[in-house]
Design a protein around this ligand. Structure first.
Ligand code: URA
Length: 195
């Protein structure tokens, strides 16, 4: 069982299809003052069962990449754009993303991370507000205004992509390493003041 925090959503019935397909709402986990906030798309079967983001095979891949860079899962914050499992693991619709957006923005605000890491196309496009070629842009640091605040967003390959396409392993691992290096190296937060 994960601990609750102020960014948790305990009940929500905004999306009929998701209310029907979910077993539970899957809130973010990890320190509420984490330097890195990883954002996935939506819970899958394992996350819906376990009540925690990224606990299935893609979670194992993410945990291993963190370990390779000297971090434990408990050192970072992990959440999703949408907190309920979509039917048949389909992508969340634009309407569902927008219904859940306020919860995500509240979490980003509360955690106030040094960098947000978007895992895959859906979260990258949702937060950057433009079309993203994830493989081509993996590891790049973008600036985005999210809920009125300037944020650094590191585009990352989704860990699940490495499971069905081994050529995605290198860009995935490199983008996680780039995000960690960015926050551990201090980065240049001051540039964001102008944004
Ligand atoms: N994929 C996601 O995008 N999120 C999860 O929590 C698990 C798999």
């Amino acid at each position: 069982m994960t601990e609750t925090d102020a960014t948790d959503v305990s009940d929500c019935r905004r999306c009929e299809a998701l209310c029907d397909s979910r077993s539970r709402i899957v809130n973010g986990v990890g320190p509420t003052d984490a330097a890195l906030l990883f954002i996935g798309e939506a819970p899958g079967r394992h996350e819906d069962e376990g009540g925690e983001p990224f606990v299935g095979r893609s979670g194992d891949v993410l945990d291993a990449a963190l370990r390779d860079n000297g971090l434990a899962r408990a050192d970072v914050r992990i959440t999703n754009c949408v907190r309920c499992r979509p039917p048949d693991n389909r992508d969340p619709t634009a309407e569902e993303l927008s219904q859940c957006r306020g919860y995500l923005e509240r979490e980003i605000d509360a955690v106030n991370p040094a960098a947000v890491v978007t895992l895959g196309k859906v979260p990258s496009e949702h937060l950057l507000g433009r079309s993203v070629g994830v493989t081509a842009e993996a590891g790049s640091v973008c600036e985005a205004r999210i809920a009125g605040a300037a944020r650094r967003v590191v585009v990352c390959v989704h860990p699940a992509a490495t499971l069905y396409d081994p050529s995605q392993t290198e860009p995935f691992e490199a983008s996680v390493a780039a995000a960690i290096e960015l926050v551990e190296g201090g980065g240049d937060q001051s540039r964001l003041g102008d944004f």
